[in-house]
Design a protein around this ligand. Structure first.
Ligand SMILES: [Zn+2]
Length: 304
């Protein structure tokens, strides 16, 4: 399904090592590899002397120490968070405690829509409910430090509060989990919403940045073309779901089995959530119907 996206999985930065990947931009990898985090979370340090940290990462002592060591003799003046998943934001509190730097982000963790009855306990494992930014950012807000300026680019979809950050006077966008070179992100209701996600992809097509630095893995080059392939990929998956439903009504496990051939078993649940996200969007758009609110257990059919 995904060979239409020019993925780049080359990324061999050892955890804890500080690497300057662009003048004034350093990155440090946390040692939290996994099926959703790739090699681990990548934290960024922007500027020299008085710096910003983007996505301090999970509560991982070694990583927090590596970040603080990386800026020894310098001052962290800003802590920015792309979104409130546990692999991105929890260390913000510890970095703040160590440095006094204020935190910036769109807002606390929240679902993209109201929860249906009994839905929350199953789907709520990855959110960081403790993070509350000292300063809430809206789309277009600018955070300026010593020699660097970041523009907040609201990019909901992976989470409702996802923000990317454009580095002024450069080609760089810190893209968080919205766009990554190694994989597509999970878009799973109720944290995420497919309609928001697609709109946020379209939004990036109209921006000038050519290089994305994501929260996992290496840089996205030729970003516009890459985002176009992301959009095509999701539209293709939507088409597969619709084609599958032409054969008759189906539930989510049946659709996953039909659509994802050779799927890593660890990703079955995520695939189900992704199909759910598409179905929720298709129901909203009136192309697919189900009884009651769309849920993981519902049966779906084409609108007759
Ligand atoms: Zn995430």
């Amino acid at each position: 399904m995904s060979d239409d996206i020019p993925f780049d999985r080359s990324f061999d930065l050892p955890p804890g090592k500080v690497e300057e990947i662009h003048p004034g931009v350093r990155r440090v990898l946390c040692n939290n590899p996994g099926p959703f985090t790739f090699k681990g979370t990548v934290s960024y340090i922007v500027g020299r002397g008085r710096v910003a940290v983007i996505d301090p990462g999970p509560l991982d002592d070694a990583h927090i120490k590596a970040l603080l060591d990386a800026v020894r003799g310098e001052t962290i003046t800003h802590i920015l968070v792309t979104h409130t998943h546990r692999d991105h934001s929890p260390a913000a509190a510890r970095i703040k405690a160590a440095t006094g730097a204020p935190t910036f982000g769109e807002g606390p963790h929240r679902a993209a829509r109201e929860l249906h009855l009994d839905e929350a306990p199953r789907l709520d494992a990855s959110g960081d409910r403790d993070f509350r930014p000292d300063t809430s950012l809206a789309d277009g807000d600018v955070v300026a430090g010593d020699g660097w300026t970041l523009e907040a680019v609201a990019t909901p979809g992976h989470t409702a509060n996802h923000m990317a950050f454009a580095l002024k006077d450069s080609e760089i966008l810190f893209s968080g989990d919205h766009v990554m070179a190694w994989s597509t992100p999970v878009v799973a209701p109720p944290d995420g919403a497919m309609s928001d996600y697609m709109a946020s992809l379209e939004k990036l097509l109209h921006r000038p940045e050519a290089i994305y630095l994501p929260g996992h893995g290496g840089a996205v080059r030729d970003a516009q073309r890459f985002v176009e392939s992301y959009i095509r990929h999701r539209r293709g998956r939507e088409q597969s779901i619709l084609s599958s439903l032409v054969e008759g009504e189906a539930d989510i496990p049946a659709l996953v089995q039909r659509i994802y051939i050779g799927l890593d078993p660890r990703l079955t649940r995520a695939a189900g959530l992704s199909v759910f996200a598409h179905l929720e969007d298709l129901v909203e758009r009136g192309l697919v119907v189900t009884d009651g609110s769309p849920s993981l257990d519902s049966t779906y059919r084409l609108r007759g």
